[in-house]
Design a binder for this molecule. Structure first.
Ligand SMILES: Cc1cc2nc3c(=O)[nH]c(=O)nc-3n(C[C@H](O)[C@H](O)[C@H](O)COP(=O)(O)OP(=O)(O)OC[C@H]3O[C@@H](n4cnc5c(N)ncnc54)[C@H](O)[C@@H]3O)c2cc1C
Length: 375
């Protein structure tokens, strides 16, 4: 689809977001896809048809293209809208369940995700298996008509508010078998034998968790996709996780707020140069990120390109914070102060996570190098 064909959708989303901001429904924030939890807002997006956009209408989706979904997500992030509640479910769990799930799983979860009322967590990382994901030790034991799960997941974003988790666990073999013998499950939450302990981040908030499975029993129907094919399924899910505009737009609301501030108060030559440089970088990343969305739209598998965009994009969203802090002389303030001072404080505190979440940049560079045939 061309920009002209997409512009009515973009205009509609912008108009909605401006009205929401003007009415005080939300205040633009940085990293809002990670921390802006607002079930009412999520439900309203569902009602407008802006969730489950690429899901078939049979499952409550909207049957639209990844490029149209890109327009909506891009506007949400650029306006710092509170999209965290539904983000993971809409971004990667709905496509994962559509590709690998049974008919029963599709009908059970996708309509709620599309309505903005069902949220998901990702249960991949473990205390000793982050970058080395194939080393997961969480075990699911087959009881015939059920599975017993034991082990610990960590950094599980939103597990405390999620209705379900997509879990990666070992069903066969030993940790030495690495990628072989891993399977995925959809585990409903809360569960009496699954303990969810909050982990506080540097800003004092608790958005992610340690999740302990104390021999938790789930029905056999919780298996997602094929037993032993968890690794392949997770890899295609990660393409959705890594390719989106959230990988370079987390701090764009700060750039916009600073640009508004300069327009109102005037800018020094150095500040103009910084603003121009950051805007040009954001624009280049946008073109790259849109290309990933286009390739997904055409049925491609742009894994290497997505890894490259995430590496460059997540570096940029942190560099932007340092550049604005240096050029503006604004002192970050967590409480009180102006909106811009608060955005800067939030940005500073969130920056360490940008290049870790979704796979660290060192790991992504390895993927890019291998994809380019570099040994
Ligand atoms: C905000 C946030 C939210 C998250 N949410 C989730 C979630 O919802 N679900 C989930 O499952 N996980 C989540 N994670 C976990 C995230 O995926 C891991 O932190 C990440 O994969 C790195 O794993 P690790 O923390 O174990 O670090 P490690 O793997 O121990 O890495 C430590 C350092 O060593 C480097 N390193 C490791 N191996 C190599 C190598 N082979 N070559 C070069 N350098 C290497 C890494 O780049 C890193 O700098 C989240 C993380 C953050 C920060």
């Amino acid at each position: 689809m061309t920009d002209a064909q997409l512009s009515p959708l973009r205009a509609e989303v912008r108009e909605f977001l401006r009205a929401e901001i003007d009415s005080g429904a939300f205040t633009p924030d940085v990293d809002s896809w990670m921390t802006g939890f607002d079930p009412t807002f999520s439900r309203r997006l569902g009602e407008r048809g802006w969730l489950g956009m690429t899901m078939p209408t049979d499952y409550g989706g909207r049957g639209r293209t990844p490029v149209e979904r890109f327009v909506v997500t891009e506007e949400m992030l650029a306006h710092g809208a509170p999209v965290a509640a539904h983000w993971i479910a809409d971004r990667q769990m709905a496509p994962g369940i559509l590709s690998n799930g049974t008919e029963q799983q599709r009908r059970r979860y996708i309509p709620g995700i599309s309505a903005g009322t069902v949220y998901f967590a990702i249960g991949m990382s473990e205390p000793d298996a982050g970058s080395d994901l194939a080393g997961v030790r969480t075990r699911a034991t087959d009881n015939g008509d059920s599975w017993t799960i034991s082990g610990t997941k960590v950094w599980t974003t939103g597990a405390h508010i999620a209705h379900a988790m997509v879990l990666l666990a070992r069903t066969d073999g030993t940790p030495d078998d690495r990628q072989q013998g891993l399977s995925q499950f959809v585990v409903d939450l809360p569960h009496p034998d699954i303990e969810i302990r909050p982990i506080r981040s540097i800003d004092g908030q608790a958005h992610f968790n340690e999740v302990v499975f104390h021999d938790a029993v789930v029905d056999s129907s919780a298996l997602l996709g094929r037993r032993g094919h968890g690794w392949q399924q997770v890899m295609s899910e990660l393409a959705f996780e890594r390719s989106g505009p959230e990988r370079y737009l987390s701090t764009l609301p700060l750039l916009r707020a600073w640009s508004d501030h300069l327009r109102e108060h005037g800018a020094t030559p150095n500040q103009r140069v910084t603003l121009g440089r950051l805007t040009a970088q954001a624009w280049a990343l946008r073109q790259m990120s849109r290309q990933v969305a286009r390739e997904l739209s055409d049925g491609g598998k742009p894994d290497v390109f997505a890894a490259m965009v995430k590496d460059l994009g997540s570096t940029f969203e942190g560099d932007l914070v340092t550049a604005i802090r240096d050029a503006s002389g604004i002192v970050p303030r967590r409480e009180g102060g102006t909106h811009l001072e608060r955005l800067l404080a939030q940005s500073v505190l969130h920056t360490p996570a940008f290049t870790l979440r979704g796979g660290t940049n060192e790991i992504l560079r390895g993927i890019v190098a291998r994809g380019l045939g570099i040994r």
